[in-house]
Design a protein around this ligand. Structure first.
Ligand code: ATP
Length: 359
């Protein structure tokens, strides 16, 4: 019943098409993140699922049921926004109890549910505090609790953590995931923060400019990006992409990167397709999957960034710039020439003209 199907969904605002077309199947009980940069159409998609916006065309099904014309209040969805919507003149307890009370639940039942949700969201000591005395962090926790207490089969969250501070956000990521595990709702979570999507979601729908770019598990979108947009957007820093052409060598098919030096042979899984494509390509590898070597890409070190235990080494410049991330200090300094080798199995190749992964 609480699976969600978006079929050929389109949304126009006047002449502007915010969502070009969206086909997405979200399974019952799945945690799906809608991830993409600002303006890509995430909230528009979410608002249509919630029933706050009508699609221009296409269908939204909950289970087998077409949601066309079904108002927000009848869809059985819980919704939490970026800006918490809670009653500031009430206590935390009154806020949490509001929904069940409106539904006519018995007092004992309300008390039980408020107690359980407060415990889960660490609100128990604050239950009798007035909401106007609480921090933004806690208010957002109350807002999530107020929606969750209704035990909606579908829970929609639109950037719920973007106004809370970083330390609290980390705590809430864990709590939201636990909440979903416990209630087993279908969760749709809008965010532009890949860390949130990567840590919580079962699958991620990556969007850009009103177009769904890829749907996959966090592992899939990181390891096998469907195109150059996903390759660059996922990962921090994103995937390195260097212009090249497929070439034969005594070590098998490689990508010729011109003066940058020897590049490793392509993984067996993609080498035949790259050979068949014979086009200009983008040679991609993750900054985390690079080793200092005596054979590989020879590039000048342009900058060294130390972030705690990690070191990000910037190599080369402009179009042939790449980044390499090391978990320890590799002793490289600005001005040196470094030879780095991407792990062969991690190499991905994209058609330079279309941006699509060659598979
Ligand atoms: P953000 O995180 O910035 O909200 P988003 O991915 O959620 O980004 P949407 O809010 O879905 O993006 O907006 C997608 C595009 O549609 C944007 O260019 C936005 O300006 C436009 N848009 C959204 N709502 C309306 C509206 N009511 N009228 C006109 N244009 C709109």
């Amino acid at each position: 019943m609480s699976a969600i199907h978006l079929q050929n969904l389109v949304k126009k605002f006047g002449d502007f098409t915010a969502l070009k077309t969206m086909d997405l199947a979200i399974a019952d009980g799945e945690f799906m993140a809608l991830l993409g940069p600002s303006g890509c159409g995430k909230s528009t998609t979410m608002n249509m699922i919630a029933g706050m916006e009508e699609p221009t065309s296409g269908k939204i099904l909950f289970g087998e049921r077409d949601m066309e014309g079904v108002p927000m209040g009848r869809r059985g969805v819980g919704f939490v926004f970026q800006n918490y919507a809670i009653f500031t003149h009430m206590t935390v307890r009154q806020n949490l109890a509001y929904g069940p009370r409106m539904r006519g639940a018995a007092k004992a039942e309300i008390d039980r549910r408020v107690g359980a949700i407060a415990e889960m969201l660490q609100l128990t000591p604050l239950l009798d505090r007035k909401a106007d005395r609480l921090s933004v962090n806690i208010l957002q926790r109350v807002a999530i609790g107020r929606s969750a207490i209704m035990e909606p089969a579908i829970f929609l969250l639109d950037e719920p953590l973007s106004n809370v501070d970083a330390a609290f956000r980390a705590v809430m990521r864990t709590e939201l995931k636990q909440l979903q595990r416990q209630f087993k709702q279908t969760m749709v979570y809008v965010t532009h923060d890949q860390l949130e999507a990567m840590t919580m979601a079962d699958r991620i729908a990556v969007m850009d400019h009103g177009v769904l770019q890829q749907v996959g598990t966090p592992f899939e979108v990181y390891n096998n990006p469907a195109n150059v947009f996903v390759a660059r957007f996922i990962g921090s820093p994103g995937m390195n992409l260097l212009k090249g052409r497929p070439a034969e060598s005594d070590r098998g098919l490689v990508v010729d990167l011109g003066p940058l030096g020897v590049t490793p042979p392509l993984p067996d899984a993609i080498a035949p397709a790259v050979r068949a494509a014979r086009a200009d390509v983008l040679y991609g590898f993750r900054p985390e999957q690079v080793a200092v070597s005596d054979r590989g890409l020879s590039m000048p070190v342009s900058f060294v960034e130390r972030i705690g235990a990690r070191t990000i080494v910037h190599l080369g410049e402009s179009e042939s710039a790449v980044k390499a991330v090391f978990e320890n200090d590799v002793g490289l300094a600005i001005g040196q020439t470094a030879i780095v080798a991407p792990a062969e199995s991690s190499v991905r190749v994209f058609d330079a003209a279309t941006g699509q992964a060659i598979k």
